[in-house]
Design a protein around this ligand. Structure first.
Ligand code: NDP
Length: 454
């Protein structure tokens, strides 16, 4: 398998893909390793994960460079992810013991308690856009809970996946407790046929449904963190329209819009619409597009070449239905998978741009006249990951946030994930939760003890 730098289109590495046989061998080893790993105390396992965090910190520059070279993520954003994602380890440090320890529930004639046992060996099939954040949400939490992990990085983040393995082993995770599976979707398919004890997937709705239906007959836990079409609504009472526009633009264009919770569509009250759009476009014009290794670059190439056509098709379809491209809409004349940040107005919900995940540097801004209209449009999507409202009135914003059918709502912020609250999608955005105490328990199965002395 070739690893290609999306900024230069050059091959940076050739990797050997796993096969059904190598996966079976790895799984066999992991089953043996897990039995011993689960006998360690939570504190012992945590200590190793904390040591892993230390190694990541010590090697942050090198790790960020690897991430930038294989995904095209601008280097400052790669550094931000490598160090920012360590907050998952802080969260585990403060909370894992509390939520994984056994609980005494009743102490009458029959003593009742619950223990949280690991599942066994789980598959972590992961995405490339934030491999640290979404990887850690699964494999670090699973390891601390006493599971072994077979980790399949996306083919577009394989070098980062191999670094995870190297540093976890260096930190003290036994070799037969964490293993990688290298290869594309066809190699991932072998995992669905293997005898794993749970499937934790981050990626597209289409692949998520395929995984869930393929392994359904085995009745093992399946958790899906999928895509979104996340809306942001700016009410007319927002105090600082410029600041709201700056935030919204960053939410839409950070990592080139390749975030599961990127702002994918914007609604603005008609009374402030023109002013908001002017500030928004002015902000996006300041984004420097170019070499992702350059510290001043905000917009690098897309990670996957094939996404360019998906986005250009959305632009063309929207234009044919009356949308106006007020910024971008084309590709710079250079090597690499670049697309100029694109802003469209005069958009409606009969355009794919406002309904289907774009996953790129493109945004439609639609005018609305009431909160009710905004709410209807925000909920008019098969997805349900996040939604944001900008307003100076918390109660007014809250009234709307309460009625949104999504896993996470934001007031005057957007495109953010916290380890303290559950990360979960509704509808086509997923099933189950990572992070928070729910995410800590996601990798366990409860056992109920009912004990009576005779
Ligand atoms: P994909 O669904 O294309 O791939 C995700 C993973 O599944 C990759 O490792 C991929 O391998 C693997 N895969 C593909 N086909 C199969 C198969 N048949 N069996 C097993 N595994 C398979 O998603 P992307 O990598 O393109 O990720 C982008 C998507 O992920 C977006 O929709 C985004 O919104 C979503 N996402 C959701 C997050 C959330 O927390 N809700 C967070 C991050 C992203 P390979 O890449 O090698 O083909």
């Amino acid at each position: 398998m070739q690893v290609i730098n999306p900024a230069t289109e050059e091959i940076i590495k050739d990797l050997t893909e796993d096969t059904q046989t190598s996966i079976a061998q790895k799984l066999n080893q992991l089953k043996k390793g897990q039995a011993l790993w689960s006998q360690k105390t939570i504190d012992e396992r945590l200590e190793i994960i904390i040591r892993f965090g230390g190694l990541v910190k010590a090697n942050a520059d090198e790790l960020a460079e690897i991430l930038t070279k294989e995904t095209g993520k601008p280097i400052t954003q790669s550094k931000g992810e490598v160090t920012g994602s360590l907050n998952r380890i802080e969260h585990l440090k403060s909370n894992a013991k509390k939520w994984l320890s056994s609980e005494k529930i009743a102490s009458g004639e029959v003593i009742e308690s619950i223990t949280y046992e690991p599942l066994g060996v789980i598959a972590n099939i992961s995405a490339w856009n934030f491999p640290y954040n979404v990887g850690y949400n699964v494999f670090l939490y699973a390891l601390v809970a006493g599971n072994a992990v077979l980790y399949k990085p996306s083919e577009y983040a394989s070098l980062t996946g191999l670094k995870f393995k190297e540093l976890l082993h260096q930190a003290g995770v036994p070799k037969d407790v964490f293993e990688t599976v290298i290869g594309a979707g066809s190699v991932g398919q072998h995992l669905l046929e293997a005898d794993l004890d749970g499937y934790y997937f981050t990626g597209s709705h289409k692949t998520g449904v395929h995984i869930a239906t393929t392994v359904a007959h085995r009745l093992v836990p399946v958790q899906l963190e999928l895509g979104g079409k996340d809306p942001l609504y700016v009410m007319d009472d927002v105090q600082d329209i410029n600041q709201a526009a700056i935030n919204a633009a960053e939410g839409a264009f950070y990592n080139n819009g390749q975030s599961c919770c990127a702002v994918e569509r914007i609604y603005v009250d008609e009374r402030i619409y023109d002013e908001f759009v002017a500030h928004f476009v002015a902000e996006v014009k300041t984004y420097k597009i170019g070499d992702p290794m350059d510290e001043s670059t905000f917009t690098g190439p897309l990670t996957r070449a094939q996404q360019i056509d998906i986005i250009l098709n959305q632009i063309n379809e929207a234009k044919s239905k009356g949308a106006e491209v007020i910024l971008g809409g084309d590709r710079p004349d250079s090597k690499g998978y670049y697309l100029n940040p694109t802003v469209l107005t005069q958009v409606t919900h009969n355009m794919g741009l406002m309904k289907e995940e774009s996953f790129g540097p493109i945004i439609g801004i639609q005018k609305v006249s009431t909160d009710k209209e905004a709410l209807t449009l925000m909920n008019d999507t098969p997805y349900g990951l996040t939604a944001a409202v900008y307003s100076s009135d918390e109660n007014r914003a809250r009234k709307l946030l309460d009625q949104l059918n999504v896993g996470t709502v934001y007031w005057n912020c957007c495109d953010r994930v916290s380890p303290n609250t559950p990360w979960s999608g509704r509808k086509n955005s997923g099933l189950g939760s990572t992070l928070s105490y729910q995410g800590i328990r996601s990798f366990t199965q409860p056992k109920s003890y009912q004990m009576r002395g005779l």
